[in-house]
Ligand binder design. Structure first.
Ligand code: SF4
Length: 404
């Protein structure tokens, strides 16, 4: 690791985290959201009862198995996707993904449902830079888009924005008549009115994937807002973006991931679980199969590598079990004051440091790791038992050895 660049990265990491921590608006919003989340998650766990442990065990086993034989499961998933009429593409790095999706988008509009992997690829910005109209449809993600900032939590991207700030963004960004002291219900209604037409006229819908079953090619997506149903159901073409670590061996495992994520988001049962296995079709006339009935006529699945296959062969493999529930973030004392301003360009907090190591390299992650307090709160709550603090310590050691 070159010492000068490591020092520069460390200075940058400290500066960004400290300036966020000193911003009273960010601190207050993070405080309110953390308090609510830390009450909601145990409540959801109590609601799910004995299922919690069973799901944790099942998902851990499935993810370990998939990470241990990643190339095999990528191959199997691609075959299954082709069998159900989808078009899988394995992309190595962000530019490739942006080019591919831009080629499908036409002039848009393109509607997105929240996807951290799409954020990692810079997909929305890449399309916007090519002059394509793009709208995020998850409320939190739309607020982030309007603010020009970045998502602050894996599940709750606009966690750093107060209600007043949200009202201002919707009023100024969408031209909606929302008063300064609008209730959350008024803000939601204004966004709903604005996005209806975008859903209907979109040329393309882009979603993430909570899990992808290798045995069937089924994509499972969990949500509460109902926007994912519209993004994946109304436009004529659907692109699902999935990091290759989202592949699990079976459709039962994929359901287990969705339920476990809902519990760890403090929202159990989830309002919707969507299963998508291929584009829509009908054979109701003379048993002749027509693709594109009421839903999309094309389904493209971008399987994103971007460092994951290499990580699967190294000491970073454990992070591939991460289901991005963001549980470690709520518990981390550094994240609670700095939000995703600490932990990496895209993913923040404890898991963010490790995802940065996978997707952007160990040097960047080692600089971020220096800010960890070593309290181990993240290890205790991670449902996938990822040794977060131990791996962060290893990154710290690498940086210390490089400097001294
Ligand atoms: S060990 Fe580090 S990363 Fe984990 S919760 Fe504590 S401060 Fe955050």
């Amino acid at each position: 690791m070159p010492v000068a660049s490591l020092r520069a990265l460390l200075d940058e990491a400290v500066e960004e985290a400290v300036s966020a921590a000193l911003d009273p608006g960010v601190r207050e919003a993070l405080r309110r959201a953390s308090l609510n989340a830390l009450e909601a998650i145990p409540r959801a766990e109590r609601g799910a009862g004995g299922l919690v442990e069973e799901l944790r065990r099942r998902v851990r086993r499935a993810k370990e198995e998939a990470a241990a034989r990643l190339d095999h499961y990528i191959e199997e998933a691609m075959e299954s996707l082709r069998r159900v009429g989808a078009r899988p593409v394995l992309v190595q790095e962000p530019r490739e993904a942006v080019e591919y999706v831009a080629g499908l988008a036409g002039r848009g509009p393109v509607v997105f449902s929240k996807s951290m992997t799409a954020e990692e690829l810079g997909l929305r910005r890449g399309l916007e830079e090519r002059g394509i109209e793009v709208w995020e449809t998850d409320l939190g993600e739309l607020l982030v888009q309007l603010s020009g900032g970045k998502p602050m939590h894996a599940i709750a991207p606009a966690v750093h924005l107060t209600r007043e700030e949200a009202a201002r963004l919707v009023r100024e960004g969408l031209g909606a008549p929302v008063p300064e002291d609008a209730a959350p219900e008024e803000i939601v209604a204004a966004v709903r009115r604005f996005l209806r037409g975008k859903f209907v006229h979109a040329s393309l819908g882009v979603s993430g994937a909570n899990a992808l079953a290798a045995d069937t090619g089924a994509i499972v997506l969990v949500e509460n807002e109902g926007n994912i149903r519209l993004v994946t159901g109304l436009p004529p073409v659907h692109v699902a973006v999935a990091g290759v670590e989202k592949i699990v061996p079976s459709i039962e495992d994929a359901f287990a991931v969705a339920l476990l994520e809902a519990i760890n988001a403090g929202l159990y049962p989830p309002t919707y679980i969507n299963v998508i296995a291929g584009p829509s079709s009908t054979a109701d006339i003379e048993h002749h199969r027509v693709r594109g009935a009421h839903g999309p006529r094309e389904l493209h699945v971008l399987l994103v590598d971007n460092g994951r296959r290499e990580a699967a062969k190294t000491w970073l493999r454990d992070i591939l079990r991460c289901i991005r529930c963001g549980r470690c973030q709520w518990e981390c004392p550094v994240w609670r004051v700095a939000g995703n301003h600490w932990g990496g360009r895209v993913y923040g907090g404890p898991m963010g440091v490790l995802w940065t190591a996978v997707t952007e390299g160990v040097e960047k992650a080692a600089a971020l790791a220096q800010l960890c307090l070593g309290c181990r709160a993240c290890d205790v709550v991670c449902p996938m038992e990822i040794p977060l603090s131990r791996t962060i310590r290893r990154l710290k050691r690498l940086a210390a050895e490089a400097v001294h």
